[in-house]
Design a protein around this ligand. Structure first.
Ligand SMILES: Nc1nc2c(ncn2[C@@H]2O[C@H](COP(=O)(O)OP(=O)(O)O)[C@@H](O)[C@H]2O)c(=O)[nH]1
Ligand SMILES: [Mg+2]
Ligand SMILES: [Zn+2]
Length: 319
């Protein structure tokens, strides 16, 4: 017998684990800006249901809006959550994809800004350029957040350079909530923001300072160590300012291997202007003669660290 009037709920995916996702059910006041969730209604759903997918799509991801229906499955987490079956995933406004050739992974979707956190007292410009390159190639908004400004702002010149090419940068301290901390709060009053950065730069400290209101079920899950074998999952937290922050342990180590070498030049936004001086239109700016980029470096118009980061990323990519 055909089931009529199947119950359909709408929700947003707030955490992905291996094989299942947590869905917060949306409340009546939900809008694109304000994510209104029913805090009591968290559902667990397997990721491998036969649902309608948007294109492009690799996997269901934190930030996905879904339509789901209650199911009679059992909750293997021991949290006694109601279980659901995903019927469809909405089309996405953007996506951050972990770029590997074999199995690219959608990491977070439908977000406002990629916040690239770095340590100003010990800036790793290679890492910074790597994340910036990814953001440029994927066309997502990004903001560089220089942390630990309370210790020493050695990395400040590099941030000033990035600002000069139009990249928004903040300088703050997560532990003392000083510097541009207020600006970050203002920036995150609505929508979803994704936080990335290498280990030790202060991601956990910043998330704590922003006052995450953890979702009880997923929090309990973490404290029970349920996800201990899972190395890459992302989770979304509501923060005091009103927006949401995606914490992403799995994207700390990021390679750009999935890209062709020819594509990387688009990941360094200021190169285009200097490339007018390249003899070859498809110049990779490595060993070619008459290269506008190399000339700009030798004349001091383009910082050497920026060029070196580019060369090192090129070395990782396939030909
Ligand atoms: N002085 C100072 N130390 C900080 C700041 N933010 C984080 N730290 C310290 O940096 C270390 C790494 O921070 P953590 O939040 O664990 O980094 P994560 O690995 O990115 O999550 C810890 O010892 C923090 O106390 C800051 O704004 N100022
Ligand atoms: Mg941490
Ligand atoms: Zn060139």
């Amino acid at each position: 017998m055909k089931i009529q009037n199947q119950q359909k709920n709408r929700g947003i995916v707030v955490e992905c684990q291996k094989g299942f996702v947590f869905i917060c059910e949306l409340g009546p006041n939900h809008s694109e800006e304000i994510i209104d969730i029913l805090e009591s209604e968290i559902w667990l759903a397997p990721t491998k249901s036969n649902f309608q997918k948007p294109k492009p799509f690799h996997n269901i991801s934190v930030g996905d809006y879904v339509e789901f229906t209650p199911s009679s499955g059992t909750d293997s987490t021991g949290l006694d959550l109601p279980t659901a079956k995903i019927l469809s995933v909405d089309s996405r406004k953007n996506a951050l994809v972990k770029p590997t050739k074999r199995s690219p992974k959608d990491f977070a979707v439908n977000f406002e800004n990629l916040l690239i956190l770095e340590d100003l007292s010990n800036l790793n410009r290679g890492f910074l350029c790597r994340y910036l390159c990814l953001a440029e190639l994927q066309g997502v908004n990004c903001v560089v957040v220089g942390n630990k400004v309370d210790i020493e702002a050695k990395g400040d010149d590099s941030l000033s350079y990035l600002e000069s090419v139009g990249i928004m940068c903040l300088r703050l301290s997560a532990t003392t909530k000083s510097g541009d901390f207020e600006k970050l709060t203002e920036l995150t009053t609505s929508g979803v923001h994704v936080l990335v950065g290498r280990s030790g730069v202060g991601k956990s400290s910043l998330l704590n300072a922003l006052g995450p209101k953890l979702i009880q079920a997923t929090d309990e899950l973490r404290s029970n160590n349920f996800g201990r074998h899972v190395t890459s999952y992302a989770s979304m937290h509501k923060i005091n300012s009103g927006g949401w922050m995606v914490d992403s342990p799995g994207i700390q180590v990021l390679t750009l291997k999935g890209y062709e070498r020819e594509e990387l030049r688009w990941g360094f936004r200021e190169f285009e202007g200097f490339a007018q001086g390249c003899k070859f239109r498809n110049c990779l700016h490595i060993s070619e003669h008459k290269c506008g980029i190399k000339q700009a470096v030798s004349e001091g118009q383009l910082p050497e660290w920026r060029y070196k980061s580019y060369v090192s990323l090129i070395g990782e990519c396939e030909g």
